[in-house]
Write a protein that binds this ligand. Structure first.
Ligand code: ADE
Ligand code: ZN
Length: 346
């Protein structure tokens, strides 16, 4: 039987705060762009590429993900990829999106900052104008590379300062603690940029602490391993640090063995500002609504949790207070209009 909450999950207005735009490249688009740009892929067909989406951990995913991104060469490629994501997000009733991109992945292939950021930004502006989706772009540093490389990347981005709102930290987590990037995050802070970091996805809870204390991040991407440390869990709740959780990613990358073992309910019951996001939707089996549905199908989550998770998304967004409140008012109106039927609890 389908979960009666699906309609609410699908239709409620929502924010997405953790989505790598290169991770929204569907296999069909990877092949289309490879043809357009004369790039040779090491996969014979869309089906062969899809068959490689059987990951045993974060690194085995990243290897395929970086291969997929190799087809992005021209400004139009970055535009088309971002526009396709926005259309898909609109279908899931995403009204605000803060999206990541990995400039170093492109710079090292000879694709300059203006090409990548220009194409993504043009799609985001069209998304605001034509789809009514507000957005922000976050430039992520690859933690498997050096801090000097990250510092140089930030300098290259500065001529495009008005096109991004913050910096993040992604790629291989284990062995690359947040504190490796102390100077570049300090520089980003001095420039008035928002700061986020992946931490506690595969890496230990200590990485969440140093992301907060050394990098001064405002949100933690993933952060699900915080529950291994009771004091840290209490701190995240007390300080209302948002976690941008990605349920399908967590299962695909074997952070949890199965969705039924996901700790989302534990996070919410601890009072943590947890949100639902899609991470790399083309690789992990679904966009944001599929993440909500998989979570609600596997765990004893109810209507009030759907409201809380959607509300947390707006609360945690890098938006001016008035706009944030306007989105929360819209969410409240949605839930009022979809009142709980008599006899149904939640
Ligand atoms: N880059 C893209 N997706 C990622 C993830 N889930 N963790 C770390 N780096 C990433
Ligand atoms: Zn991520």
């Amino acid at each position: 039987m389908t979960n009666p909450l699906h309609t609410i999950l699908q239709q409620m207005p929502k924010a997405e705060l953790h989505m790598h735009v290169e991770g929204s490249l569907e296999p069909e688009m990877i092949f289309a762009l490879a043809r357009r740009n004369d790039v040779t892929l090491s996969y014979a067909s869309v089906a062969a590429l899809r068959a490689a989406y059987d990951f045993k951990d974060l690194q085995s995913f990243l290897d395929v993900y970086y291969a997929g991104a190799s087809v992005l060469l021209q400004e139009a490629d970055f535009f088309d990829m971002t526009w396709a994501y926005l259309l898909r997000a609109q279908a899931d009733n995403v009204v605000h999106a803060e999206i990541f991109f990995d400039p170093q992945t492109h710079l090292e292939r000879g694709v300059d900052m203006a090409t990548a950021i220009g194409g993504i930004d043009r799609a985001l502006r069209r998304g605001q104008a034509e789809l009514g989706i507000s957005s922000g772009l976050i430039l992520c540093f690859l933690r498997h590379l050096s801090e000097d490389d990250a510092l140089a990347t930030l300098e290259l981005a500065l001529p495009h300062r008005e096109k991004f709102i913050g910096v993040g930290l992604d790629s291989s987590e284990s062995g690359h603690p947040p504190e490796k990037f102390a100077r570049v995050f300090a520089r980003a802070g001095a420039l008035g940029l928002h700061r986020v970091a992946h931490a506690g996805e595969e890496g230990p809870p200590a990485y969440i602490e140093t992301a907060l204390d050394v990098l001064q991040v405002e949100r933690i991407d993933h952060g699900v391993r915080c529950t291994e440390d009771a004091a840290l869990t209490a701190r995240l709740a007390r300080e209302q640090v948002a976690l941008t959780v990605c349920p399908l990613s967590n299962v695909k990358l074997r952070v949890f063995d199965a969705m039924a073992g996901h700790n989302m309910l534990q996070l919410l019951e601890a009072g943590i500002l947890a949100t639902v996001n899609s991470d790399d939707p083309a690789y992990f089996g679904g966009y944001i609504n599929a993440n909500f549905e998989a979570l609600f199908d596997a765990l004893p989550l109810q209507r009030r949790h759907a409201y809380q998770l959607a509300r947390n998304g707006f609360t945690a967004a890098f938006l001016p207070p008035a706009l944030k409140q306007a989105y929360i008012d819209r969410l409240d109106a949605f839930f009022l209009a979809h009142a709980t039927p008599v006899g149904e609890f939640g």
